[in-house]
Design a protein around this ligand. Structure first.
Ligand SMILES: Nc1ncnc2c1ncn2[C@@H]1O[C@H](COP(=O)(O)OP(=O)(O)OP(=O)(O)O)[C@@H](O)[C@H]1O
Ligand SMILES: [Mg+2]
Length: 325
């Protein structure tokens, strides 16, 4: 093997980024678990980025400091960013302005139905956030990227976006081809019928498509991506997790662990706590049966909310303390 190749390979393997997703109902502890995981990984010496697309800025809450829209270092080996979906959308629109103007123009001509515009637009803010995520994903700068999403089903929607986008971009390319046919016929009447405008290719659409295909491969590769379910030991949360698992299976997305959070600790003096704990333990029995093939991790309900580095460290110890990962 040539020296240069060896160096290249070494660099590649060092930056073979691992991805972590956490899914679950609202308020079960996704952000806390994601942040605790990020801190744990960083302390293990892995350069870690935690990304959130939750407009509620919950990462800032979790780490007890302002984070914001630009990546910033928050501890040794630990970086964080809160993608603001609205801002991402503005940036994205700017990038795709020619396409969006064309679409408005088509609508004006009453041609939008012909081109099925309504059917091809997923939530543009979600697409924009995903585009940003792809940027970080492909940067090869981090050993670990952890993704924290807004409540309920959001992570699943996020993971299904590559498929949605794939067909969206396919349609966009077809529209472009049809449209340039029309534009050639009516060149004189069109506001953007110049030779130069016509020659704008589909490069950035092609590039986006390529990036999405790459993302799909990575997000369904169990060696690279670990998808985890966070739940509490309550009926509604369990049902939701069962549904999530079905969807994940459909997408061929590998699930690593089921984290059962907020288990009331033993306390002989508190009747209320004992009753809650008893019910949770019986739910836990069911969880063990139902999700037996995954790693099941229990996390106690702490006296205090999980805010700040110390609390996150404590949670991390409960989740990963007895394992080598
Ligand atoms: N094991 C725990 N013990 C005590 N408090 C906890 C525990 N886990 C989470 N919390 C607290 O519960 C609240 C909700 O947790 P968190 O924000 O992590 O949930 P989430 O699933 O991300 O919520 P959302 O769906 O709104 O994004 C937070 O105030 C957090 O500090
Ligand atoms: Mg959250």
């Amino acid at each position: 093997m040539k020296m240069l190749d060896r160096i290249k390979n070494a660099a590649n393997s060092r930056k073979d980024t691992k991805f972590y997703f956490f899914s679950g109902k609202g308020g079960v502890g996704k952000t806390s678990v994601a942040s605790a995981t990020a801190l744990w990984m960083a302390r293990k010496g892995r350069k870690t980025l935690i990304i959130s697309t939750d407009p509620a800025h919950s990462l800032s809450d979790s780490f007890g400091r302002k984070i914001g829209g630009e990546v910033q270092k928050i501890a040794k080996n630990l970086y964080a960013v809160e993608i603001d979906p609205k801002k991402a959308m503005e940036e994205y629109k700017e990038k795709f302005m020619p396409e969006i103007e064309r679409m408005d123009f088509l609508k004006g001509l009453g041609l939008d139905e012909t081109f099925d515009i309504a059917g091809m637009t997923p939530g543009i803010d979600e697409v924009a956030s995903f585009d940003k995520f792809l940027g970080y994903m492909n940067s090869r700068e981090y050993d670990v990227i952890i993704f924290d999403t807004a409540p309920t089903g959001h992570a699943l929607r996020f993971l299904s976006l590559p498929d949605v986008l794939d067909s969206w971009i396919g349609k966009m390319i077809r529209i472009r081809m049809k449209f340039s046919g029309i534009a050639n016929m009516f060149r004189k009447f069109l506001p953007f019928g110049s030779e130069e405008e016509q020659s704008i290719g589909t490069e950035h659409l092609d590039e986006m498509k390529r990036r999405i295909e790459e993302a799909k491969k990575i997000l369904t590769d169990p060696e690279k991506t670990s998808y985890n379910i966070v739940m509490v030991a309550e009926a509604m949360s369990i049902y939701e997790s069962e549904r999530s698992l079905e969807t994940l299976n459909e997408y061929g997305i590998p699930v690593k662990a089921v984290i059962v959070n907020q288990i009331v600790p033993e306390n002989g003096k508190c009747e209320f706590c004992a009753a809650r704990r008893k019910q949770q333990l019986s739910r836990l029995e069911y969880i063990r049966k139902r999700f037996g093939k995954y790693r099941i991790i229990q996390v106690p309900l702490f006296k205090e909310e999980v805010h700040g580095i110390r609390a996150l460290e404590k949670m991390g110890k409960h989740i990963y303390g007895s394992s080598s990962s």
